[in-house]
Structure formats: C-alpha cells, structure tokens
Design a protein around this ligand. Structure first.
Ligand code: ZN
Length: 420
C-alpha cells in the first residue's frame, strides 16, 4: 500500500532526467536566441489595420445560449470538465495537448483545434477523441491543418455535426477524415479563405453566435525556418527534449499507428494550403487571443508589418493570449517569432503551449522550454503575467476567468488600447 511502483519511480525520475541532448547547431549558449527584433519598435494605435469582408457569405450564426444538451452530453461534460462548464459568467479553458483547448465562453462550448495526441505514444493525455465527441462542442476552430492540430477534426465534426472553421483545404481534409465513418456530409464548414485570399495580415469579423460579439479572425503565417536569419546573427534554440515519456506510454495499437501515419502529410508544408488563422474572442470586457502557429513576423519579413499591426488592433485588445511557443523558426531564430506575437499582442496574461511531449524531439515537453521562455517573457517591455502550462499535469486542468473581473477593463500598458 502506498508504495510507488518501479514504473512510477522511473517516470518521476524521467521528468527530470536529461534523456538526450538536441543540439540544433554547433553554437550553444545560455540565452540561445539573439536579442529579439521589434522590442524597440512597438506598434502604435495609428497603424493601418487591414479589415476585409468575410470570405464566406452564407454563414448563419449559431443559436444563442443556453444550448440544451442531452443528459448523456451533460454527464460527459460534468465528468470531464467539472460542474458548471458553461457558466456564462466565466470564460474557461481546458488544455488538451499541443495547442488544442476545450473552451467555454458566453455559455457556449467549443474546440480550439482537435487532436488527441497519439503517435509514438498513446494515453499520455487523459482524454480521447471520443471524449471530444461526448462533450458535443458547438463548433471547432482550426488554427491550421497540420495533423498535430487537426487530425481529429473530421472524427469529431462527423459525429457531432459541429461546424469546422478553417481554410478551404482544411475543410476538405476534414471531410476526408470523416469519410472513414461515412460522415463526410454530416457537418458544415465556415470557410475563411483559400490559398490566395484573403492576404496574411487581414482581419475578418464573423458573427459566430447570435448572442455573442463578432469573432475577429486574423490570417497570419505558419512558422518557418529562414536560413538567412542565421546569417544575420540569429541563433537556433537549444533545448533538451524529453524522450522517455514516449517509451513509457508506447503506442501499440495498430489502428492508431495507421491513422497517425495517414495524418502525417496533412497540408505538408502548410503555407498556404489551408492557411494559418488566429482567433480573437470578446465577451463583456474580456478578450482572448488564440493562435497555434507563430510565423516569421520580424521587421522586413513578408506581411510582417500587417500582422504586427493586426495583433494590436483587435477590439479591446488582448487580455489573455494563448499561443504556441514552438515552431520551425526556432531552428534559425530561436524564440524570436513566438516572442514577437506576445510583444505585439500585448496580453495581460500569456499561456504558452505546443511545448508538451507530443512527438519525440519536436514536441519537447514543458521543462525543455521553461527557463528560456520565462527569461524571454521577463525581458519584454510590459511583460505579461505567465501561466506556464505543464504536461501532463495541466491537461484538462481548468483555467477560468470571471468576465466581470474589473481587471479586464484596464487597458494593458503598451497596447494600442492604452494609447487611446
Ligand atoms: Zn503546423
């Protein structure tokens, strides 16, 4: 009784053990990235944000809350999310791996991305894609169509009828996924754009629900490595990934292994197939920005000026920013790009993600990034408060924000809202 098993002890040690050292370059130093661009050049309220009409013209807003659900769905929500999951007085977020979240706002329950993290390992996340179905999300917002964000969107949409919000290619992939179960026509898509339209750096405002304010959708760019950045003094991010967690939760299910390999090439290089989209939600004085990629938006890069401007031009700015801190840019410019999204969005509170152990080496585990990311954020002007998510401890652990909390009324120092 009470004795830790050998595997428990092994796991405990593994969390702190250096399993392998990934060195992405010959250079290694305490701070691996060059001084971040843009810190001395914050956007101003006077930048010209580019707003465009909705790409979809036939979208009908979803019903107002409260949304009646079956006793079965309610029981699944209570079991997985706790009681009062859709309390309209609060905004709630449950992290379910990589950049995927279950979210509740204004009495509505919805998904941000949809993937049960399965690959080399399985059952690391205490939730499966069937649970995402069981809670009956009203709608699924997809940041971009790579497998680690969207491999289960068709499974969930096909079984629940929840519409998918994303680019044309992403929607087509969702139908392909749902076709495995004959569900390819069981849901609609709210299409945001195709390969060319609208341009990165533009914002569309879309009435998603009848009773909610419009959601602002920013087209941005997927993360990318640019060797030219190394030539101009940037350095790669150096970190120590966790490996043992994968072996401890090894995936031995042939069906899961097959599905994983099938999903690997979804939107292979992304940019542009289904595009990359950041979503800004507002309820009362509370605002939430979620983005699951962070493209190269340093000064001088394509579309950088427009994206920087847009990040600081959302209605009532950004209180809580939920954003990736992992991307291909780490190879050639360290934390520069992921940091620039925080700098330009000026959140009051920042929740980093995508840094959990979801794929060996690429998905490094929270500890691999923590010291560097805390230092990076602390170095920012008007640094936000940091809620550093940990895996697996923070999976499904609710974050809740009271909509009427007076702190959301205060403009965040440095933001365009403070400049007004
Ligand atoms: Zn991606």
């Amino acid at each position: 009784m009470g004795e830790r098993t050998c595997s428990d002890q092994f796991r405990g040690r593994a969390r702190r053990t250096i399993a392998a050292v990934l060195i992405l370059a010959i250079a290694a130093c305490g701070r691996s990235s060059a001084p971040t661009d843009g810190a001395s050049n914050p956007p101003t309220a006077k930048c010209a944000v580019k707003r465009v009409a909705s790409y979809s013209t036939d979208w009908k807003p979803l019903p107002a809350a409260p949304i009646a659900v079956s006793a079965e769905v309610q029981a699944a929500r209570d079991r997985l999310l706790g009681p009062g999951a859709t309390d309209p007085a609060q905004v709630k977020l449950w992290w379910v791996g990589v950049a995927s979240f279950i979210a509740s706002m204004g009495g509505h329950l919805f998904l941000l991305d949809a993937w049960e993290i399965v690959g080399l390992h399985k059952d690391y996340l205490p939730l499966g894609r069937e649970d995402l179905v069981a809670i009956a999300p009203e709608i699924i917002f997809i940041g971009h169509g790579h497998f680690d964000h969207a491999a289960d969107m068709g499974y969930v949409a096909g079984r629940t009828g929840a519409p998918i919000v994303g680019g044309v290619t992403t929607c087509n992939n969702a139908r392909g996924q749902a076709a495995r179960d004959g569900n390819q026509d069981a849901f609609s898509c709210l299409l945001l754009g195709d390969a060319n339209v609208p341009a990165p750096g533009t914002i569309q405002s879309i009435k998603i629900w009848k009773d909610m304010e419009e959601v602002s959708v920013l087209r941005h760019v997927h993360s990318a490595a640019d060797p030219a950045d190394l030539a101009t003094g940037n350095l790669p991010l150096v970190f120590v990934p966790e490996i043992l967690v994968f072996l401890q939760n090894l995936n031995t299910d042939p069906q899961e292994i097959q599905w994983f390999f099938e999903s690997l090439d979804d939107e292979a290089g992304n940019s542009p197939p289904g595009g990359a989209w950041a979503y800004h939600f507002k309820v009362g004085d509370f605002t939430l920005l979620w983005h699951d990629s962070a493209g190269p938006i340093a000064d001088g890069k394509d579309f950088a000026e427009d994206i920087q401007c847009a990040l600081d031009s959302f209605p009532a700015c950004v209180d809580v920013q939920v954003g990736t801190i992992v991307g291909f840019g780490a190879i050639t410019s360290g934390l520069r790009d992921v940091s620039l999204y925080v700098q330009h969005a000026h959140p009051r509170l920042s929740l980093p993600n995508h840094h959990d152990a979801w794929l060996p080496v690429v998905g490094p585990g929270d500890e691999s990034y923590e010291v560097q990311w805390r230092a990076e954020v602390a170095s920012l002007p008007n640094a936000p408060e940091l809620d550093y998510l940990k895996d697996p401890e923070d999976y499904l652990k609710v974050r809740n924000y009271w909509v009427n909390d007076p702190k959301w009324k205060e403009p965040m120092p440095g933001s365009s809202c403070a400049a007004l």
